[in-house]
Write a protein of this length. Structure first.
Length: 218
């Protein structure tokens, strides 16, 4: 953005663009760092990840281990200069998530009528369906553009060349994250199946979360 501002905007405007980018990153950084750790807590509580991953420090009421892992991953990407890898997978996953949200909007009236009737929005059903279809087409188009670009990169460059040039494709990143997620999921399910104290630990975890939320509100 700063480079584009230096070319197309008046003299000195690039500095303001850079300042705005830094301020935007600063305001969103806390949420970016905190959300993964809280997701780890929820996944551990739902037996979709190992219990230790969502462990909460009793003294502070925070998921210290999950926060540490998030910090380590962010530091690794920063030190290796591969921040673009995280951005690529985040944007791709976000677009895919929007596509699934729109699909859920279309399927909800038939798959879960009770939940659909609880919706308080007074938007006409026709407008909802039209919006969902438009969103699905737009998101599918973006996904198709990304997949097509990745396939071209895969056919033109070897794995070593892609790593050296920081051109690892989003498809490869999705595969790597899927494998890592599958391993975490299997560990969580295996631990939950053989741990007879799981229900007591889950209750303890719920109480810790409630206490942490109460302290935050205060």
């Amino acid at each position: 953005m700063a480079e584009a501002g230096a070319v197309y905007l008046p003299f000195g405007a690039a500095w303001f663009v850079t300042l705005g980018a830094v301020m935007a990153i600063t305001t969103s950084l806390n949420a970016t760092m905190l959300v993964p750790s809280r997701l780890a807590v929820v996944l551990a509580r739902d037996r979709l990840a190992p219990r230790w991953l969502g462990a909460i420090e009793p003294r502070t009421g925070t998921p210290v281990r999950a926060l540490t892992l998030t910090l380590a991953a962010a530091a690794l990407l920063l030190l290796t200069g591969q921040v673009s890898l995280a951005l690529n997978i985040a944007v791709f996953a976000l677009v895919a998530l929007y596509f699934l949200h729109s699909l859920a909007l279309l399927l909800l009236p038939r798959s879960n009528p009770a939940l659909f009737r609880s919706v308080t929005s007074r938007i006409p059903i026709g407008v909802q369906r039209l919006s969902a279809l438009f969103s699905m087409l737009a998101m599918a188009g973006l996904l198709l553009v990304q997949v097509t670009s990745d396939l071209r990169t895969l056919s033109a460059l070897s794995l070593r060349e892609r790593i050296a040039h920081g051109s690892v494709t989003t498809l490869e990143l999705c595969l790597a994250w899927a494998i890592a997620g599958a391993v975490i999921y299997l560990l969580g399910r295996r631990q939950g199946a053989r741990d007879p104290r799981e229900e007591d630990e889950e209750s303890t975890l719920d109480r810790a979360l409630e206490e942490a939320e109460s302290e935050t509100e205060i």
